[in-house]
Ligand binder design. Structure first.
Ligand SMILES: O=C(O)c1ccccc1NCC(=O)[C@H](O)[C@H](O)COP(=O)(O)O
Length: 257
């Protein structure tokens, strides 16, 4: 699946035109996760559809979803911008960014500097980089390029070998362990359990995918995650606020002052 998505990305990059730069205030994903509003940081995802689940949210309004996530006390928002496989759009990110005062992360398959320039112009605060999508030295170059433009990166791994390769080269400020197997699409929180001890002490650790219940949250928190990235379960909730409240078992928000 990943190879198919990357093939599409290479075609898209060849035809990429940059949007106008949006003028927006910026917020740090790292700081938001370092000092979360609850016991574990929440990156709530705006996700209309996915390769594994098809259409997730029929009546999809990114602005309303983002407002609900902010009202529900999310620490940050991830917006899927891939069109072909996730029914996302880069305009959704800009809309969300203009709607809420939270760090906004672009969730896409970023393999080139042109896409990073695009991400900056869209107004994002952070973006995803996935180990294995480009050779590791190139990933480090993309990481450095993003930070030089003021964009933070969540660097994602899907396997222990990828994490070992990553940390032998550099220690990203934020590392995500994705619990989804991209071949079978199955999610297993054992991924988080098994890789937790390999995350460098100075990096923030985010557990991604397959987190549906309070028990899942507790399990990855116990394993050492500072944050979680949650899409589907929040998108299927009656409202985003209720989804967050149920996921956190009603845990109240700590005031940031
Ligand atoms: O979600 C998919 O089906 C998928 C398939 C192939 C590559 C990536 C995919 N998802 C991206 C993500 O990592 C998730 O959107 C994110 O972690 C949230 O996951 P979930 O809470 O399980 O929706």
């Amino acid at each position: 699946m990943l190879e198919k998505i990357l093939e599409t990305k290479r075609e898209e990059i060849a035809a990429l035109t940059l949007p106008d730069q949006v003028d927006v205030p910026h917020f740090s994903l790292y700081k938001a996760l370092k000092k979360p509003k609850r016991s574990i940081g929440l990156i709530a995802e705006v996700k209309k559809a996915s390769p594994s689940k098809g259409l997730i949210k029929e009546h999809f309004n990114p602005e309303e979803i983002a407002k609900g996530y902010e009202a529900g006390g999310a620490d940050a928002i991830s917006v899927l911008t891939d069109q072909k496989y996730f029914q996302g759009h880069r305009n959704y990110l800009t809309t969300v960014k203009k709607t809420v005062a939270l760090p906004i992360m672009r969730k896409d398959f970023i393999i080139s500097k042109q896409q990073i320039d695009e991400t900056v112009r869209m107004g994002a605060d952070a973006m995803l980089l996935i180990v294995g999508t480009v050779p590791i030295n190139e990933l480090k170059e993309l990481y450095d390029y993003a930070y030089s433009l003021g964009l933070e990166c969540l660097v994602e791994v899907h396997a222990k070998s990828e994490l070992e390769e990553l940390v032998s080269l550099f220690h990203p400020k934020i590392i995500g362990v994705n619990n989804r197997n991209l071949k079978t699409f199955e999610t297993s929180l054992s991924q988080t359990d098994e890789m937790a001890s390999l995350i460098p002490k100075g990096s923030l650790f985010v557990s991604e995918s397959g987190i549906h219940h309070k028990e899942d949250l507790e399990r990855v928190g116990k394993a050492g995650a500072s944050g979680v990235l949650v899409g589907e379960s929040l998108m299927r909730a009656v409202t985003p606020e209720e989804g967050i409240s149920v996921l956190f078992g009603g845990e109240s928000i700590v005031s940031s002052s």
